[in-house]
Design a protein around this ligand. Structure first.
Ligand SMILES: *[C@@H]1O[C@H](CO)[C@@H](O)[C@H](O)[C@H]1NC(C)=O
Ligand SMILES: *[C@@H]1O[C@H](CO)[C@@H](O)[C@H](O)[C@H]1NC(C)=O
Ligand SMILES: *[C@@H]1O[C@H](CO)[C@@H](O)[C@H](O)[C@H]1NC(C)=O
Ligand SMILES: *[C@@H]1O[C@H](CO)[C@@H](O)[C@H](O)[C@H]1NC(C)=O
Length: 500
């Protein structure tokens, strides 16, 4: 395209110079300082890259419906990975990725949410998995990335109903049966904590439910006081059911593992006061403990029981037994850190939600010029890894997402992202040396894609995608070159993929 041709001339000297200088930083570490079985990859999710939203039998998910209800852009086409998966696997191979984290679109595989399998959906995921394996890239698969089939939302209210446990288990069973001979790493639910908060308290993510005065949008339905807790409760039961199914029927022959991922913040008490320190502990309990405490110890953290009271569902003795220990690993998602200030005054309100239950105020840490996930705080990731090690008996962890947001521009010279990745990977190495049982690192994201907040305006990608180009051409950024040289110890990307 004309724009690129002209632009590339200007870009040429720029691209070469900073790369040399970035390389000459001479990292104090390299890939071989990590254990050989430690895995480095990059990630995406189905609705954010696949496109082909109503092709070949796929039906809408709650994310499709939410996006089309006027909450910004949608993923109808996205990066069109559904048609370009071979090209994209080649891009991964060019970087030297050892693994690819992607998700299966439940409503592509099972268009009614349960019942008959869609043969074309099945074929697509078989093709993608085979293509990855042919190129030596390990598939790490997520089953639910904010995209419950709308059919189940309509039928019984989705995650608010216990029926979701049965249907999610049947869906996972299909995936284990069809793909489990080649897929060894399964994540049941992506960011169950943030999914529940955004979708059922604030209303800003699918399915967009909330109630006044808590929502950040004008929701037509919902109850912010209780629904986030109910949704997480059912998701925990569903996760446990799937994990126990795998243990019982698949693990002995497939030898894989099953986990769940959570969104986390690094935390700093705003002051040295006892109140702010206690508020910081509460934040960790409410955000991390909400999911991990039941899975490790069989119930929610005490702070949550005390503060949420009867609005927090209870596990029967049998359910507690099912849930406790139902994981092989945890997926940790970390981008940023927050200051935490006690706000006990919110406790005196009549109506309560998650935020007034926690009774604290968060402010973003560091430079957030380009969005909340821009500041480079590698200690934040390390803090979370070591917190989980100490608090939850050092479980195996995969860093499911970590990366930096910048505006989506055609500039391929993302030096801040290179610094971000380089410093965070160093923090991971340091965490391993401090005893964290972390087993892999997945940069977010492989390419610029459809983001939940702000659609196509923000970028996390190693590859720039020209969304104005009908062919959606991909171009490696400096960060792709850097990641590649880190992984392979050599400048490897071919110029044919770049604008040069
Ligand atoms: C919600 O609706 C009210 C009344 O129509 C309007 O004043 C307000 O700006 C809306 N809030 C949001 C976040 O859209
Ligand atoms: C939310 O549920 C609680 C508990 O059932 C109830 O007391 C409250 O009135 C409900 N709020 C709304 C907005 O429906
Ligand atoms: C404290 O919580 C109350 C009630 O939710 C809220 O109105 C107030 O803005 C909060 N204060 C701060 C500093 O966030
Ligand atoms: C914040 O980050 C932007 C983009 O990386 C940079 O241009 C700006 O100078 C930074 N601001 C501060 C105060 O460091």
């Amino acid at each position: 395209m004309k724009f690129f041709k002209n632009y590339s001339l200007m870009l040429l000297p720029l691209l070469v110079l900073p790369f040399t200088s970035v390389l000459s930083l001479e990292e104090a570490y390299n890939r071989y300082d990590f254990p050989p079985e430690f895995v480095f990859g990059s990630g995406t999710s189905a609705y954010q890259v696949e496109g082909a939203a109503d092709e070949d039998g796929r039906t809408p998910s709650i994310w499709d419906v939410f996006a089309h209800a006027g909450h910004g852009a949608a993923g109808d086409v996205a990066c069109d990975q559904y048609h370009k998966y071979k090209e994209d696997v080649k891009l991964m191979k060019d970087i030297g990725l050892e693994a690819y984290r992607f998700s299966i679109s439940w409503s592509r595989l099972l268009p009614s949410g349960r019942g008959p399998v869609n043969p074309k959906g099945l074929q697509y995921y078989n093709n993608l998995i085979d293509e990855l394996i042919t190129h030596g890239i390990d598939p790490h698969v997520t089953l639910h990335h904010f995209d419950l089939p709308q059919a189940l939302q309509d039928e019984y209210g989705g995650w608010l109903s216990r029926e979701s446990v049965r249907d999610f288990t049947a869906y996972a069973d299909t995936c284990f049966k069809e793909f489990g001979d080649r897929v060894l790493h399964w994540t049941t639910l992506n960011e169950a904590n943030v999914f529940a908060l955004g979708g059922y308290d604030q209303g800003i993510t699918p399915p967009g439910r909330c109630s006044p005065p808590f929502g950040l949008i004008n929701c037509t339905k919902g109850n912010s006081s209780i629904e986030p807790y109910i949704a997480v409760h059912n998701m925990l039961l569903a996760h446990a059911s799937v994990t126990n199914l795998y243990k019982k029927h698949y693990k002995y022959k497939q030898h894989g593992s099953v986990g769940i991922s959570i969104y986390t913040y690094g935390t700093v008490p705003l002051t040295n006061s006892v109140e702010d320190k206690q508020a910081t502990d509460r934040l960790n309990d409410f955000l991390i403990g909400w999911i991990l405490h039941p899975l490790v110890f069989g119930d929610y953290p005490k702070t949550m029981r005390t503060r949420v009271g009867s609005r927090l569902p209870t596990f029967t003795a049998d359910e507690a037994k099912q849930v406790k220990g139902a994981f092989d690993f945890f997926g940790v998602i970390n981008y940023m850190a927050v200051y935490v200030k006690d706000n006990s005054s919110s406790q005196t309100q009549d109506l309560h939600d998650y935020n007034t239950d926690m009774a604290l105020t968060m402010t973003l840490f560091g430079n957030t010029t380009f969005g909340s996930e821009h500041a480079n705080t590698p200690w934040s990731l390390q803090q979370v890894l070591l917190y989980i090690k100490e608090t939850y008996d050092n479980p195996p962890i995969y860093i499911a997402e970590n990366g930096q947001t910048t505006p989506q521009t055609s500039s391929l010279e993302d030096t801040t992202r290179v610094r971000f990745l380089s410093s965070h990977i160093e923090a991971v190495l340091d965490s391993i040396r401090k005893g964290s049982n972390v087993k892999g690192y997945f940069q977010w994201s492989l390419m610029d894609l459809f983001e939940l907040f702000r659609g196509y305006e923000l970028s996390y990608g190693l590859y720039y995608v020209d969304f104005k180009d009908p062919y959606l051409k991909r171009y490696p950024k400096l960060s792709a070159h850097w990641y590649s040289s880190f992984l392979m110890g050599t400048l490897h990307l071919q110029c044919s993929h770049s604008v040069l």
